[in-house]
Design a protein around this ligand. Sequence first.
Ligand SMILES: Nc1ncnc2c1ncn2[C@@H]1O[C@H](COP(=O)(O)OP(=O)(O)OP(=O)(O)O)[C@@H](O)[C@H]1O
Ligand SMILES: [Mg+2]
Length: 217
Amino acid sequence: MIDQAEALRHLVLRRERQEAGRQTRIVTVTSGKGGVGKSNFSLNFALCLQRLGQQVLVFDADIGMANIDVLMGQSSRYSLYHLLKREKTIWDIIQTGPENLHYVAGGSGFADLLDLTPDELDHFTEQIGKLQGRYDIILFDTGAGLSKEAARLIAAAEEAIVVTTPEPTSITDAYALVKMVLALEVDVRFRLVVNRAESFAEGRTTAEKSIWRPNGF
Ligand SMILES: Nc1ncnc2c1ncn2[C@@H]1O[C@H](COP(=O)(O)OP(=O)(O)OP(=O)(O)O)[C@@H](O)[C@H]1O
Ligand SMILES: [Mg+2]
């Protein structure tokens, strides 16, 4: 069987330019330790990008604890679950939040995005592929995790934003996560966000402590 991350990578990241001539960047927002602010960051970052004129889709890929819609003060009728069960298409499950921000709510009822059957995976990647050219950026808000599965999902995108707080455990777990992804020998560009710093100086010190420069961090 083709490696699932590889399949996702090929299908999701096809570099074909659509008629609109736009290429969609797929970015995962991730962390080693949980609760560091990924979902809040994803949402606020998406709103900022949108205010700058970018077309953004926020995709809640946190299957266990999906909550992007809750953060927006909305409840969602449809989610990833309905897509995977083929009850809805990708266009049906995209909803609009504040400032007309497009988002897809996380689903429940299945274990993990990388635990899909080959058939479900094909369907998922085919549907995501339809978004190529429709958005400038798709932000995948992932669950926290130092798991192989999380690493493979990150490896399937071309860019990852790693969120950490100044807490030492958060920094070490972020570092471990990046190492795990790089062990898969993929070409992912990492960026670091320090959240919850008390001051600019604390943020900068944390970033310096976290420095690992595997591929242009
Ligand atoms: N910069 C901040 N200032 C104050 N509170 C914050 C900040 N960032 C996040 N929080 C709070 O921290 C908590 C966790 O935030 P959030 O849910 O965004 O984290 P997460 O990384 O997505 O968590 P999970 O790993 O469970 O998905 C929330 O209560 C949120 O309001
Ligand atoms: Mg979250």
